[in-house]
Design a protein around this ligand. Sequence first.
Ligand code: TGC
Length: 386
Amino acid sequence: MPDRSDLLDLDSLLSPSERELRASVASFVDAEIRPNIADWFDRAVFPVEIVKKLGSLGVLGMQLEGYGCAGRSAVEYGLAAHELEAGDAGLRTFMSVQGSLAMTAIHRHGSEAQKQQWLPGMATGDLIGSFGLTEPTAGSDPASMATFARRDGDDWVLTGSKRWIGLASIADLTIIWAQTDEGVRGFIVPTDTPGFTATPIARKLSMRASIQCDIELRDVRLPSDAILPNASGLRAPFECLNEARYGIVWGSMGAARDSYLAALDYAKARVQFGKPLASFQLTQQKLVDMALEINKGMLLALHLGRLKDAGTLQPHQISIGKLNNAREAVAICREARTIIGGNGITLDYSPLRHANNLESVRTYEGTDEVHTLIIGSHITGLSAFN
Ligand code: TGC
């Protein structure tokens, strides 16, 4: 975190290589994202040309070992998500869908041949992946998914639909989770397979510099080796979601930090009633409240990252981070907009764009409600779902 937002010297808790990684992603965001993001968001464009640049930066599947992946730590992965989302959540979401979901599904659950076929190209950004779990009528409750894969000789034949699937219309492959006679299984579906269609969802008020799709699967025939051999049951996609949820813990605070800094700069420059807004007590209170939550959120992210690097991070702890940081980040971005006043409703300033994006972030990868009840179940030993 730059020092105007790092009130606790959290920097001192990072190693030189962690600071170096963070600086390289921050420079990338300054050069490639900040100058263009208002235009991309306004025109609802995902800049496909950025994919290979992110590959060259080494952040696609960066937390994975081997197969061309960078093998960086969980904290480094978090710092990259933090800096990218300070640029825009849509771009951080690309990194998450590609690296945390699609690549993790193959790396964790795939065969050796599948890993060698797909992962090196995905790490460079030559291949784009997506991850199809959610359905039009199965969002928070993926166990109720209707997509079905039936055996036909040696082949599998998939039928069903998915919704809110990031990047699917430009992807080369999608991981499709489907019911089978033996429970939920995962399949690698090349997107040029007959019967597969992906249609971007239009008229979004959030994540406009990103793509989310409806997918239709009409008798999509796949060879027997398309199945992920080591993924059996819903536990498998949830293990991938853990990775993406962890990235959100860090990413959401990046959006919050960028909004806080925009409000701070504005408050110091903007003069009303003969003095800077920053000198008013009410403005200072807003800035202080934002800074406190950002510093607490970063401490939480770093603690969870250290647990993850130690191999001890538990799903309910990820829920604590995802729930708290996404929820606080939305509040911070909205409050930052109030300091910028009427000017803050334009794309000349980042807070309202970040706040709109965070409406998606607090919803996908488990809503506030889902994460509250995962934590509630951990505390009480009683599940609210079953
Ligand atoms: P439940 O019975 O609790 O669990 C089924 C099995 O999964 C295991 N499990 C986990 N394992 C690892 N990590 C986790 N976080 C896990 N959560 C559950 C569990 O132990 C069990 O294993 P086993 O071996 O005993 O069978 O399942 P449930 O249906 O009762 O779960 C309830 C609930 C609400 C917690 C769960 O359904 C949930 O997390 N819902 C939220 C779903 C969600 O986050 N969806 C987002 C999908 S993202 C997407 O499709 C698009 S990605 C974004 C993009 O593309 O842009």
